[in-house]
Design a protein around this ligand. Structure first.
Ligand code: SF4
Length: 493
């Protein structure tokens, strides 16, 4: 077992996760759901490329079995591996990490009591616990031993402790867990009682949706609705903040636990992270992004020859901007789809190199033209600077940058892997737009306003998390940001 001093960062750099989870339950126990789980995970691959795993439960064998490994879904699972995963109930996971400490130990689903071969439950988790340290300390005092550096394992031990206290009464144990866990979490828990529990934290940080296939009747809980679409299912609804949804042979039962008037859905899911074809909170993510572009265009004060998107995440906003401003949309940058997203590249050198490998301008679109360049957000500013330089090297006359997200000034402790405040350009430059514009070498720069962002998301301000924009963290735990950043080890290499 690894030993950690509490003064050290016990997580390495591996705690930051923004994963994809899925839980599938077939009422017909003769159906094998491993292939469906694989298909659902493939559609959630954008949420995590580091590792993938599927565990299934077969009632006939009364056993949880499965497989997980490092890599993309298509690399981890061969046909033979999938055929060897038996069961009509499953949980699956894709994991995201930017760090060198990623390892199979941290891959999910996490199995409790794996070594003995009698797994009690399998857990798939998307989010970040903000009271991870105190819970871990407390559980260690109670005799729990930890073999990984993840908050997933802490959640598993919290559940286990509650199961012990409540005599294996899952609903009561899970209700109590919602009181104990702070932070963002969507959970899919599969046990050996032929049940899945799909749970969303009371503030509802992460998207989580329930859907259904008819004939045979199969329920699917997934991080995004696209996973239900991929299985040609029907979207029932979002799993609600503070909801414990039990999926079992008679169907679904639901209860709402510790619900709060304040919600905190992560605005960044709409702006960047979720797939544009997902539906979240009854809103099309694509439509939200188009509206963000339109809102930016309403503040436009420049003439230009073309609106160009930073592909792919800036595209929908660029279309909205073009429609509203009357400036034509043009494909000025072409993306090589076989290079991973720059956001997941672990070092700055690799990120900068990857921009050139990943994007190529179309000279006839940009040469001797004034361009409005639309991107979803600016994190460090270095990638955007590289793109501006690239377009200018292809003859663009002027580059007016418009950003569909307001300035990101503070870190995220709820599961999106931003750098520390010192690395965030808007944090470092105190949101001085002229300074940032100079840094990225653009001719002008305009950010979205927080009010317009909120309007475009179609929610009230107190239903969204905007903490990385306004430093108002909706969670109980982080008070001392410096200490929190140190403890959570979010500095990158
Ligand atoms: S701090 Fe920002 S990225 Fe993190 S959950 Fe809140 S809105 Fe999302």
């Amino acid at each position: 077992m690894k030993k950690y001093s509490l003064n050290q960062n016990p997580f390495g750099k591996g705690i930051r996760e923004a994963c994809g989870i899925v839980g599938i339950f077939s009422k017909d126990s003769s159906i094998q759901v491993s292939q469906l789980t694989y298909d659902a995970l493939l559609s959630l691959q954008h949420r995590g490329q580091e590792s993938a795993g599927i565990y299934a439960y077969a009632d006939s064998m009364h056993r949880i079995n499965g497989y997980k490994n490092m890599g993309l879904v298509t690399h981890v699972f061969s046909r033979k591996i999938l055929q060897g995963i038996f069961g009509h109930v499953s949980v699956g996971h894709v994991r995201y990490s930017t760090t060198a400490t990623s390892s199979l130990d941290n891959a999910q689903p996490f199995l409790y009591d794996y070594e003995s071969g009698e797994s009690k439950f399998a857990l798939a988790f998307n989010g970040t616990l903000t009271n991870f340290l105190s819970l871990r300390r407390q559980l260690k005092k109670q005799g729990h031993e930890f073999t990984t550096s993840t908050d997933t394992e802490v959640i598993a031990h919290v559940i286990l402790e509650q199961l012990k206290e409540q005599g294996d009464d899952y609903p009561e144990a899970l209700r109590n867990c919602l009181d104990l866990l702070d932070g963002s979490y969507s959970l899919a828990i599969m046990n050996r009682r032929n049940e899945i529990y799909a749970i969303r934290d009371p503030l509802g940080f992460k998207p989580y949706t329930i859907g259904q296939l008819n004939d045979p009747e199969i329920f699917i809980a997934a991080s995004e609705s696209v996973a239900i679409d991929a299985l040609e299912g029907i979207i029932i609804r979002d799993i609600r903040p503070g909801e414990i949804l039990r999926i079992y042979e008679d169907g679904l039962t639901s209860e709402y636990v510790r619900t709060k008037p304040r919600k905190a859905f992560c605005m960044f899911e709409y702006v960047y992270f979720s797939r544009p074809d997902s539906i979240i909170g009854k809103k099309s993510v694509y439509n939200v992004r188009v509206e963000l572009g339109r809102a930016l265009a309403r503040h436009n004060n420049v003439k230009a020859d073309a609106v160009v998107a930073v592909p792919d995440s800036g595209r929908a906003a660029a279309i909205g901007f073009a429609e509203e401003s009357g400036i034509p949309f043009r494909e000025g940058l072409i993306r090589n789809r076989y290079v991973h997203r720059t956001f997941i590249m672990p070092s700055q050198t690799r990120r900068e190199d990857s921009v050139r490998k990943k994007m190529n301008p179309i000279k006839s679109v940009v040469m001797d033209k004034d361009i409005v360049l639309i991107d979803d957000s600016i994190v460090r500013g270095t990638t955007l600077r590289r793109i501006v330089r690239l377009l200018k090297s292809y003859g663009a006359r002027k580059i007016h940058v418009r950003i569909s997200c307001p300035p990101i000034v503070s870190g995220c402790f709820m599961g999106i892997d931003f750098p520390t405040r010192k690395e965030l350009i808007a944090g470092r430059m105190k949101s001085n737009v002229n300074e940032i514009c100079k840094f990225i070498q653009a001719d002008s720069l305009v950010y979205q306003t927080i009010d317009d962002l909120v309007k475009c998301c179609g929610k009230a301000k107190n239903e969204l998390c905007l903490a990385c924009l306004n430093r108002e963290y909706p969670i109980k735990t982080p008070v001392d940001h410096e200490k929190f950043e140190q403890e959570f080890g979010i500095q990158r290499e």
